[in-house]
Design a protein around this ligand. Structure first.
Ligand code: TXA
Ligand code: MG
Length: 351
């Protein structure tokens, strides 16, 4: 199959791209679309056969449920039945963070085919802030199921070129909306009703860390971290958030302490540096074959996030024998980067 990449860098090109994407979705096809987090592989969420094509193109196991994207707060009811006791917290979160990189796990309604949720009684819902995505979902007039547009378990794509290298030849169309502004997938939370211990507040289980951090959420709810536990205990809390994920084909090691590095003289190494500063100890540690710097100078974790998957992919394609990753500050979205680095370092189940 030929994969067409359509541009959106002029008014005319954009109208044409939106039209092509909507036509493909209406006819039960899949198409890769930009979002503010990472590129997604989209299909009409109410068309089970179309959704099956997402799983096939990604080699994604059917037990791993997809995120459904809606037009906005009002369209939430098209896919979820929000119970009375969660109405308040869901209203607050969607008013505050939608459109934006926050995904809510809620009881699903009967419109959503089982293949989307992998048979779970819940559905993960989000509303993308990307203008082109917003235009497409509004024109289609139906919710869009879209996981990240990479092969299962691999590095998420943050550009149209990265989608092409993951899924080229497997999908008909990629809408090129430029580089993703956030660069890291949405934060996933499961709202739960208030309990005695949560002091009257709703609880939010954080199933995946992302651009909306615990500091942004803790004012509105009692927080429970499930995301990092899943890494350390390997206990299945949220499907797909476990074993090896976000993984380069090249082995990756998260080097918590520079003094733990004892290079093999026969091997080549690439460094994924946080700030690229000599005094941090990582840059001068070794005569690196490749160095990529996440946040040169500023150390801003938001900058590191938007460059993260892009630079990880560069190192993966550079041909080094091993990627050594320096820890980043856990401030803000830094926690989400660290969660992904820990998963990327898990070697088991790697293709
Ligand atoms: O930013 C994002 O969220 C991107 C863009 C494209 O929207 N999408 C994305 O989708 O990251 P994906 O499929 O790569 O990750 C979705 C995660 C999976 O790990 C899946 O297991 C989990 O969400 N998930 C989906 N439905 C769930 C549910 N009902 N309960 C728990 N976890 C769920
Ligand atoms: Mg993914």
């Amino acid at each position: 199959m030929d994969t067409k990449i359509v541009r959106t860098d002029s008014e005319e090109a954009r109208t044409h791209a939106v039209g092509q994407a909507v036509a493909e979705l209406r006819s039960g096809g899949v198409v890769a679309l930009p979002t503010e987090t990472v590129y997604g592989l989209a299909a009409d969420a109410f068309n089970a056969e179309a959704v099956a094509k997402i799983f096939a193109a990604k080699d994604r196991p059917r037990f791993d449920p997809l995120i459904v994207h809606v037009r906005g707060q009002k369209a939430l009811k098209e896919v979820a039945d929000v119970p009375q006791e969660l109405k308040k917290i869901v209203r607050s979160l969607t008013e505050l963070f939608w459109p934006g990189p926050l995904t809510l796990v809620l009881p699903k309604n009967e419109n959503v085919p089982d293949i989307v949720t992998a048979g779970l009684p819940t559905v993960a819902v989000r509303c993308s802030q990307h203008e082109i995505f917003g235009e497409i979902v509004a024109t289609l007039g139906r919710p869009i199921a879209a996981p990240s547009a990479n092969r299962f378990g691999r590095i998420s794509p943050t550009s149209a070129a990265a989608v092409a290298s993951e899924l080229g030849g497997r999908i008909p169309l990629i809408v090129d909306g430029g580089a993703c502004a956030r660069g890291i997938e949405s934060t996933i939370v499961r709202p739960l009703p208030p309990t005695e211990t949560s002091k009257g507040k709703a609880t939010l289980q954080i199933l995946r860390s992302g651009p909306i951090g615990s500091n942004d959420l803790k004012r509105y709810a009692h927080l429970e971290m499930v995301a990092n536990e899943a890494v350390s205990e390997n206990a299945p809390q949220a499907p797909g958030l476990l074993a090896s994920h976000y993984a380069p084909l090249t082995p990756l090691r998260l080097l918590e302490k520079p003094e733990d590095f004892s290079p093999d003289p026969d091997k080549s190494y690439g460094l994924l540096s946080y700030r690229g500063k000599k005094k941090d100890g990582y840059v001068k540690l070794h005569d690196w074959d490749e160095i990529e710097i996440l946040s040169p100078g500023s150390g801003k974790t938001s900058e590191a996030a938007l460059r993260f998957f892009f630079l990880l992919r560069q190192l993966d394609e550079s041909g080094v024998d091993e990627i050594i990753a320096e820890p980043v500050s856990e401030f803000g979205v830094g926690a989400a980067i660290m969660e992904r680095l820990r998963r990327a370092a898990i070697q088991e189940d790697r293709a």
